[in-house]
Design a protein around this ligand. Sequence first.
Ligand SMILES: Cc1cc2nc3c(=O)[nH]c(=O)nc-3n(C[C@H](O)[C@H](O)[C@H](O)COP(=O)(O)OP(=O)(O)OC[C@H]3O[C@@H](n4cnc5c(N)ncnc54)[C@H](O)[C@@H]3O)c2cc1C
Length: 412
Amino acid sequence: MKIAVIGAGVIGVTTALELASHGHDVVVYEKGSGIAQQASFATAGFIGPAMMNAWTAPGLPFKTFRKMLLGAETHAFHGLTSIPLSWFWQWQKASNHPFYKLKLEALQRLAFYSQEVLTGITEQYGLQYESSQGCMLICRQEKDLKAFQLQLDLMTDNGISFKKLDPVETRKLEPALSEEQSFHSAVIFPNDAIANCRQFALLAKQQASLLGAEFRTGQEVLALTPDAPRSVRTAAGFTEKFDHVVICAGIHSKALVKHLGIHIPSLAVYGYTLSSSVRQLIDAPVFGVMDAKHHVSIARTGQRIRVSGIAEIGLNKKPPEQCVALLYKVLNDWFPGAAKTHEAVQVWRGTRDVLTDGVPILGHSGVKGIWLNTGHGNHGWATSCGSARAIADMVSGRGCEVDLKGLGIERF
Ligand SMILES: Cc1cc2nc3c(=O)[nH]c(=O)nc-3n(C[C@H](O)[C@H](O)[C@H](O)COP(=O)(O)OP(=O)(O)OC[C@H]3O[C@@H](n4cnc5c(N)ncnc54)[C@H](O)[C@@H]3O)c2cc1C
């Protein structure tokens, strides 16, 4: 079949790879000049089910709202009009227990499956990209651990391995942790990992091209129209008809399908990473480390240290370089000698497309031939390969290997 994929972030590229490996004729449209230049550009790199956080939890919306109003460093909003109250209301509803538990389970299931598919693809095509094994959550105080307890209970129920450590045990595994920083405990997730999203996306694109997928960069697709939803029209004036169209356009997916009567309740939540060369390997983290209080991660990928965090609603007009003080602080708290922060540091502001219930939309849109693989929020790298395989299986009329309960568009 002839299939169009719209968007060449990690979701679009992996979808194209899976569809091409099923023998379809695939055309990928990307409005940017290259692959993985938007949300997939400089992610923190976390993959695996343990760190999945749907950003829904009992009481979380009001806590977040309060933090934003009080101007906490971890959260920010810019301009009162940027607070979409209906979105907050739906978020509040989705955060109620046990709804929240079902969503987190769905996300963990998808991330677990995705990791299996990623490992399979890596071996099958012999891909080599920067990666390291193991992630760790560090709790400054007991209350940080308590806040994570519901998630740990769910992991126990679902067979995800972890181990709680006291500070002495933690320092043995992570010897570069600053001696000056005291903390309560850590939780280690041996099966989660860190890997370079953009590097993987570029390799997956090469592989998809070898299988016949065509990547048309610099081609913006206009919103799909009800009279001919499977006719892809570009801003440059070209039109082509397909048997199926898969929407993988990140935060722009909403606008692409709105004239088809498909409502995607996504919100742009901005985040930051700073990336800098490793100063001394001995001072760098071994694991992907997450500071539970500030929700800031620190990880080494290859010769780089990457620090990531912050949730902003409404575009901050300040240059990204002026918005990352918290990231420097957390890095200096835990690994003060790890990175060459006095030299060229890449500071990146990325957009997470976050849905009201924090899990992606995967499946048929309800309009003939139009499929959705979007709304991946804070976890699109971790869920990419599994989502791509599931969509390719569905489009090809095969059964899915993963249970997608709770991930369809019909839930909205
Ligand atoms: C600071 C930060 C840290 C993160 N860390 C992690 C992490 O550790 N682990 C993890 O799993 N996830 C992480 N994420 C989330 C992850 O980055 C995203 O979920 C993922 O990259 C989404 O991929 P995507 O392909 O859906 O979107 P994108 O990468 O944004 O790709 C969408 C593409 O569609 C194109 N497009 C849009 N509209 C059109 C159009 N009309 N025509 C043609 N092309 C179009 C865009 O140009 C873009 O290239 C992080 C995000 C941020 C912001």
